[in-house]
Design a protein around this ligand. Structure first.
Ligand code: NAD
Length: 226
């Protein structure tokens, strides 16, 4: 969000749960001379997504860029995974991406311009034991990205995905030290990635340098998957 702000975008920050983190991000954004607002809504709820996008468009006329970043995990072996946990992960990660894309793309089609970036994961490319729901949601996002890229290319809208590897965030901080060490051994670059390194790929995809790129998956993973 900060990187998008540096590109001159007015950034609408969505979150669910951690209000303090969203407020801190907005403060940083304003502090670096950017502009933006917070719009909390649940991406898994189509009604909330449509209402929020309507408010944003009423206030700012249009949405040029959509970054579908919201994501959750619910890790367990399939035999122990509850149906409601599966539904929740698919609901936020995949259906959330679908709801947000659908809500903004009508306006983008009218404007004949749009940049959509979907947050996939290396796990959607390789699979991972104990992460069947997460892997399915992220592989689904990759397929959805390519389908939308084909649907929207003639309207001036590009749709790409970023597939991060192991990035240092709250999500990965929850993993045990043992698991973190195991991951580290399998990364050729020998370190975890940072949010800024993922943001660089997103900035590239929404900027002028990627004007002829659509339907692509950019891996930001230190060589974890090639
Ligand atoms: N951290 C990694 O190593 C890693 C690797 C690959 C992909 N990713 C993906 O990157 C994205 C960001 O992950 P992160 O590591 O920053 O995780 P995080 O848990 O730190 O942040 C997740 C974000 O999603 C938001 N969110 C969750 N459920 C939501 C909902 N229903 N509606 C609206 N917002 C919701 C949260 O408010 C939070 O801002 C996710 O899509 C994740 O799957 C992360």
């Amino acid at each position: 969000m900060l990187a998008l702000g540096r590109l001159g975008a007015q950034v609408m920050i969505n979150y669910r749960g951690n209000q303090a983190a969203a407020e801190a991000t907005l403060e940083q954004l304003l502090g670096q001379g950017g502009s933006g607002q917070i719009y909390p809504f649940d991406v898994a709820r189509e009604d909330q997504v449509e209402e929020a996008v309507k408010k944003i468009v009423d206030q700012h006329q249009k949405v040029d860029i959509l970054v579908n970043n919201a994501g959750i995990t619910s890790d367990n072996l399939l035999v122990r995974l509850k149906a409601e946990d599966w539904d929740q992960v698919l609901g936020v990660n995949l259906r959330g991406t679908v709801h947000c894309t659908k809500a903004v793309c009508r306006g983008m089609i009218r404007e004949r311009y749009g940049r959509i970036v979907n947050m996939a994961s290396v796990v959607g490319q390789t699979g991972n034991a104990g992460q069947s729901a997460y892997a399915a949601s992220k592989a689904g996002i990759i397929g959805f990205t390519k389908a939308m890229a084909r649907e929207l290319a003639s309207r001036g809208i590009t749709v790409n995905a970023v597939a991060p590897g192991f990035i240092e965030t709250e999500m990965t901080a929850r993993l045990s030290t043992k698991l973190q060490e195991e991951f580290l051994r399998s990364i050729p670059m020998g370190r975890f990635g940072s949010c800024e390194e993922v943001a660089e790929a997103v900035s590239f995809l929404v900027g002028p340098g990627a004007s002829y790129m659509t339907g692509q998956v950019i891996s930001v993973n230190g060589g974890l998957f090639m």
